[in-house]
Design a protein around this ligand. Structure first.
Ligand SMILES: NC(=O)c1ccc[n+]([C@@H]2O[C@H](COP(=O)([O-])OP(=O)(O)OC[C@H]3O[C@@H](n4cnc5c(N)ncnc54)[C@H](OP(=O)(O)O)[C@@H]3O)[C@@H](O)[C@H]2O)c1
Length: 281
């Protein structure tokens, strides 16, 4: 598996398996399938309620712990130094591990500086190998990164051929923060999976639009974490390292960008009110 190097020297796989919307009772089976296919990065979160299933699958796999890169995220209900610290211990317990490889603040709401202090502490204690953020759009990201001691090593954002996040990349480069793409298949949208442009490009290489979309990201050094509950799709999404897109095809795909900063606007107060309301915050 190809890797990218984070700012602290940690090597992170370029392709992983994502667990959003994988029901808790399916998580063990899905992660076991993904590990069998060859995935070595597993992306879960406190909010997905499937850390436990992932932990069981990893423990049962027999794969040495250091060969698997585990990512989890602190949810907004656990924002703040004390709550985040407690929730991190809970995540470690559920994942049956004494360290995670990457820990992220899931969304940029609540006492994120408090959460970060808790994360810096566990980083120094070696309970996490790298720390970062998620869904921090450009201004929020710059403001946060500018004022914290340890700079975020990763920002996980919605990023795919249809929403390429070109605006934030230079802001992240300032802090050597790597891009991790959630929704790399456009969350299963036909616009991406049935894109005529990706279909024509893929036919030259014997690849599907989904494979071209994942290849396009990873070829740019962006970590992609597609989710699927079907083992054959896990395999297909994994088979992207036996070809390279030509420079011309990379440029054609760059023209598919529709909504650079992602399809969900995290700076929209209505979204914020809705999400806080859902959790009685
Ligand atoms: N940080 C955040 O706020 C955040 C938000 C969302 C997601 N994420 C992370 O990013 C991961 C991926 O994002 P996502 O799950 O939202 O979207 P995604 O990976 O872009 O798309 C997943 C959808 O595509 C379908 N699919 C997957 N592979 C396919 C293939 N080869 N052919 C046809 N359909 C395929 C899946 O259906 P089936 O399952 O039926 O195959 C599912 O409906 C998540 O699982 C999670 O780990 C993070």
């Amino acid at each position: 598996m190809q890797t990218i190097q984070l700012s602290n020297g940690v090597e992170m796989p370029l392709l992983g398996y994502g667990l959003f919307q994988v029901p808790p009772q399916e998580a063990e089976r899905c992660v076991s399938d993904a590990l069998e296919v060859g995935y070595r990065l597993i992306d879960t979160a406190q909010a997905y309620q499937n850390e436990e299933g992932a932990g069981v699958a990893i423990a049962k796999s027999g794969i040495p712990r250091e060969e698997i890169f585990i990512v989890t995220k602190v949810w907004i209900t656990n924002a703040g130094e004390e709550r985040a610290a407690k929730s991190i211990e809970e995540s470690l317990r559920k994942l049956q591990t004494d360290y995670v490889d990457l820990l992220l603040i899931h969304q940029a709401y609540g006492d994120v500086f408090g959460s970060w202090r808790a994360m810096e502490k566990v980083y120094h204690e070696k309970k996490v190998r790298a720390i970062g953020v998620s869904n921090f759009q450009a201004c929020r990201f710059y403001d946060f990164a500018r004022f914290v001691d340890i700079k975020p090593m990763v920002n996980q954002l919605q990023c795919c051929v249809l929403s390429q996040q070109n605006t934030i990349i230079p802001e992240m480069d300032v802090f050597d923060t790597k891009m991790m793409a959630w929704g790399p298949l456009g969350q299963g949208s036909d616009d991406l999976l049935k894109s005529p442009v990706l279909t024509v490009i893929g036919s030259q290489y014997g690849k599907s639009p989904a494979q071209v979309a994942l290849r396009w990201l990873t070829q740019r050094g962006i970590v992609a974490i597609p989710k699927t509950m079907h083992k054959e799709r896990m395999q297909a999404n994994f088979d992207i390292f036996d070809f390279s897109l030509s420079e011309k095809d990379m440029q054609i795909i760059a023209t598919l960008n529709q909504q650079d900063t992602g399809f969900r606007n995290f700076a929209d107060p209505n979204y914020l009110r809705r999400i806080l309301g859902m959790f009685n915050l």
